[in-house]
Ligand binder design. Structure first.
Ligand SMILES: [Zn+2]
Ligand SMILES: [Zn+2]
Length: 292
């Protein structure tokens, strides 16, 4: 994150509703969503060009690791160091060949290859994703922690896993700690049933996007009204998803037990609107993998 030294406002991407990240390498600010890059940032509030960068979380961690373990060889793996096409594979290869003692990285290292000599895995802020308003965030959190923990102890040297979490009592953290998939499944299914989420229901997400906020919202409201006219399923939204790549987005979610009926409704009622919506885009996602 970059903060203005004069007025403390945070540098945001002009195309997306996200703050710019500071990259030490090259001393520039970048948007991770659309790739917007700026090396001479001017504060939109006060015109100052003086910024304070708190840097990438992984970059800050690397500094701390270096001061605690000055003789250890550290490899950092994040969006910054894996930008090149084969950056990901090159770093993992180097680590599995023993060219480094500590591999530090974002979630992407949880999905790495089998590296037998890893004896300790630390998962920082393991449950950070629980704050997301997506019905799959608990499952994703559990899966990530189990996967990351599975990196440790693959050889006869044994292994240990340390999980850091905001809410250590949460069932995703507890079951991940015990690698107890069966109990997690039962608990999660109760939660899904209570909220009537998949696999107990089917979802269709309809996202409207336009460069103009009122056009995107207007069509979003129209579509939601049309959906609510059919009481055989439930309609949520339109939810404001913010601006990404210069476009404002609103999402309507249809939730029901009859997938064929939901699809027929979309075909008859929404597709004709989509065909003549002009510059306003409508995307329809049947059974979306998540609702981030
Ligand atoms: Zn300022
Ligand atoms: Zn952007």
């Amino acid at each position: 994150m970059l903060t203005c030294k004069q007025c403390s406002s945070v540098a945001a991407c002009p195309n997306c509703d996200v703050s710019l990240a500071y990259h030490k390498t090259g001393a520039k600010a970048t948007c991770h969503v659309c790739g917007y890059t700026q090396s001479k940032l001017v504060c939109t509030e006060c015109g100052s060009t003086q910024w304070q960068g708190s840097g990438f979380a992984t970059q800050r961690l690397e500094e701390q690791l270096r001061s605690h373990f000055p003789s250890a060889r550290i490899l950092r793996m994040d969006a910054d160091t894996t930008r090149k096409t084969d950056g990901h594979a090159t770093l993992l290869n180097a680590f599995s060949k023993g060219e480094a003692d500590i591999l530090l990285g974002t979630q992407m290292i949880a999905k790495g290859l089998d590296i037998p000599n890893v004896t300790l895995v630390g998962i920082l802020q393991g449950d950070a994703a629980l704050g997301r308003p997506d019905y799959r965030s608990i499952e994703n959190t559990f899966a990530m922690m189990v996967q990351a923990a599975g990196r440790s102890g693959r050889s006869s040297l044994g292994g240990e896993v340390i999980i850091q979490a905001f809410d250590v009592r949460h069932y995703a953290v507890q079951y991940a700690r015990n690698q107890d998939y069966g109990s997690f499944f039962n608990h999660e299914m109760k939660y899904r049933h209570q909220g009537q989420y998949p696999p107990y229901t089917y979802l269709i997400a309809i996202t409207v996007s336009d460069e103009q906020w009122d056009k995107a919202r207007g069509l979003g409201v129209d579509i939601a009204l049309r959906c609510r006219g059919d009481e055989s399923f439930k309609t949520l939204g339109p939810a404001d998803l913010g601006k990404i790549k210069g476009k404002f987005r609103f999402r309507i979610v249809c939730k029901g037990k009859d997938l064929a009926g939901l699809k027929a409704f979309v075909r008859q009622e929404i597709l004709p609107i989509k065909r003549k919506s002009g510059k306003t885009q409508i995307s329809i996602n049947v059974s979306p993998m998540g609702l981030q």
